[in-house]
Design a protein around this ligand. Structure first.
Ligand SMILES: Cc1cc2nc3c(=O)[nH]c(=O)nc-3n(C[C@H](O)[C@H](O)[C@H](O)COP(=O)(O)OP(=O)(O)OC[C@H]3O[C@@H](n4cnc5c(N)ncnc54)[C@H](O)[C@@H]3O)c2cc1C
Length: 549
């Protein structure tokens, strides 16, 4: 049998796309997912247990390469969801939307279908926002959220008065209190929504929203424990045409799924390896691995941007009664604003230079976003309660839009081998300087009243780390990955290192597409999760329009 679409990866993007395509009963979709269904796994469903699934069988546990800066640092294996729902099933579930100006730049990169009006309409289609109860002191703007989507979003339970103290100290130190960061103007400290059902703190994933309630659809088939290895080509003469996808089924047998259209939704480190094993990628690299080139596309696996964050941890002088779900505040602001309070803006600007491996148009987009004063640095607050210990306040602060970028490439033609994930953090000094001043500013927020009235000591970094240089060293030695990588199949012009076009079709192919976090040309303000859903919603619209469904 030949299905209309074979979708590789039943993750965040994959299931959202599959759902929208199968709204039409005449369109058939087969999803190949390397993991299982995750049903009954409390580490997935209970959002209070975030992190418990990492390192288990629902996590790919991707090995990473040693970092260049600081020399020799290796952060080891990092999580990615290997289960229906993909990373939406194991992530922090923080749901943030970017700035409208981010998408003006996406469109300017040669993608007219991805401007702010289209992007936000697609994103709102994803969300079903549950406002907090009236007696909770949480600000939000109702119209900044989607209301008829398939993914429930809501706030964690508030912990007044500490939350108000955080907001008031940010404002006391020259920051802004934003009523809502979700409507295209993320600029200041605001409550962050989670992908979660409000009633019982259950995690909402692409599987709970887009698949399980629709699994009755005969045209929406899912094969679990089926790992795709490469694309099978019907013809590589002229423009190559895919016939389907080769995969290893749950019994270890190699099979082929035939389809009219192949869509890769394997994620940032799942999709590029499939392209490379199929002959789509850097011709020289592929030749060195004995793989015949089908389309010479050097951008495959490049342009990988990952946010980093370092903890600033403070002990409270009291134990706070906390709900099981940690409430969160997200603070973002422009670099100009951050530096006005304690950095050398001229020095920062002198460091704002294009890294060799960054595409020129992306750098131009960054320049515009910087000049427009868009939010560039982000801090997320977390309240931590361990039995018998004082409550801790942890800020995770970092640069939302770093200049340093890395890569993800296969190292052999083995269809089941892990690729080499190279982050390349801090190869741009701009990122180190911006991060140091950000942490210093977070420290300054925390040590002015009213928040300071609650704090007894700083736990991390140690109190003797005070100079900007020392804070910078602390950051590069202790930062953690955001688990927010994007960009390895970037939607930019082919001559600039792009991999997919405005319709998410892989350049040089007739019928191969990518619909996941890989296609983001750069990280919109905030975090990636909500944007992947929006990409899938928008991709479904574009596919339907092309095929006149
Ligand atoms: C620990 C963690 C915390 C995070 N926290 C947040 C957060 O709080 N907020 C936020 O916005 N973002 C967060 N993220 C990032 C966010 O979850 C991801 O950006 C997003 O879910 C990626 O979606 P995707 O569709 O690109 O990939 P995924 O959702 O990862 O889906 C890829 C799917 O493809 C499958 N797959 C891969 N290769 C193959 C293959 N060869 N054959 C078959 N199937 C395959 C995988 O098993 C997976 O199901 C976090 C991520 C992680 C891992």
């Amino acid at each position: 049998t030949v299905t209309d679409y074979v979708i590789v990866g039943g993750g965040t993007g994959g299931l959202a796309l599959a759902n929208r395509l199968t709204e039409n009963p005449r369109v058939s979709v087969l999803v190949l997912e390397a993991g299982g269904d995750g049903l009954g796994n409390v580490n997935i469903s209970d959002l209070a247990l975030v992190g418990a699934s990492w390192g288990t069988d629902v996590d790919w546990q991707f090995p990473t390469e040693t970092l260049p800066v600081p020399p020799g640092r290796n952060i080891g294996k990092v999580p990615r969801g290997k289960v229906l729902g993909g990373s939406s099933a194991i992530n922090g579930a923080v749901y943030t939307r970017g700035d409208t100006r981010d998408f003006v730049q996406w469109a300017a990169l040669g993608n007219p279908s991805w401007g702010p009006t289209d992007f936000f309409a697609a994103s709102f289609k994803n969300e079903e926002f549950f406002p907090p109860p009236k007696n909770w002191s949480i600000d939000y703007i109702y119209s900044d959220h989607g209301h008829n989507g398939l993914l429930p979003t809501s706030f964690g339970n508030p912990a007044p008065p500490i939350q108000d103290a955080i907001i008031n100290s940010v404002v006391a130190y020259g920051g802004r209190h934003s009523l809502d960061n979700e409507g295209g103007h993320p600029d200041g400290v605001a409550w962050a929504t989670h992908a979660r059902l409000p009633s019982n703190a259950t995690r909402a994933t692409s599987a709970t929203g887009y698949y399980f309630p629709f699994s009755y659809r005969k045209n929406f088939q899912v094969k679990l424990f089926s790992q795709a290895t490469r694309i099978i080509w019907k013809s590589t003469r002229g423009t190559p045409v895919a016939a389907g996808v080769e995969y290893v089924d749950q019994n270890g047998n190699t099979q082929v799924a035939n389809a009219t259209t192949v869509v890769l939704c394997g994620g940032v480190w799942g999709s590029p390896p499939i392209l490379e094993r199929s002959g789509v990628g850097n011709k020289t690299l592929l030749a060195s691995l004995g793989i015949k080139s089908v389309v010479d596309l050097p951008g495959v696996g490049e342009n990988m941007v990952e946010q980093t964050a370092a903890p600033m941890v403070y002990a409270f002088n009291t134990t706070l009664p906390l709900d099981s779900v940690t409430p969160l505040l997200l603070n973002g602001e422009s670099l100009q604003e951050t530096f006005t309070k304690g950095g050398d803006l001229a020095k920062l600007e002198s460091l704002f230079v294009k890294p060799d491996n960054m595409a020129e148009p992306i750098f131009q987009a960054y320049q515009k976003l910087y000049q427009q004063g868009t939010t560039w640095v982000v801090g997320l607050t977390n309240l931590i309660q361990q039995p018998g210990q004082p409550t801790l306040l942890a800020w995770f602060g970092g640069v939302a839009r770093p200049l340093s970028s890395g890569s993800c490439h296969i190292t052999s033609s083995d269809g089941l081998a892990y690729p080499a994930v190279q982050y390349n953090w801090f190869t741009s000094e701009f990122d180190i300087y911006a991060a140091s001043v950000t942490l210093q500013r977070i420290h300054n927020f925390t040590t002015v009243p009213p928040l300071s009235d609650w704090i007894s000591a700083r736990i991390a970094p140690p109190p003797n780390v005070t100079s900007l240089d020392d804070i910078g060293t602390y950051f590069i030695e202790n930062c953690v990955q955001g688990d927010h990588p994007i960009g390895t199949a970037a939607m930019i012009p082919r001559q600039d290192g792009g991999v997919v076009d405005n319709n998410l079709k892989v350049y040089g192919t007739a019928n191969v597409y990518v619909v996941d976090a890989s296609v983001m040309p750069f990280q919109p303000t905030g975090y990636p999760h909500a944007h992947v859903y929006a990409i899938a919603e928008r991709a479904a619209e574009l596919f339907k329009a092309q095929k006149h469904y």
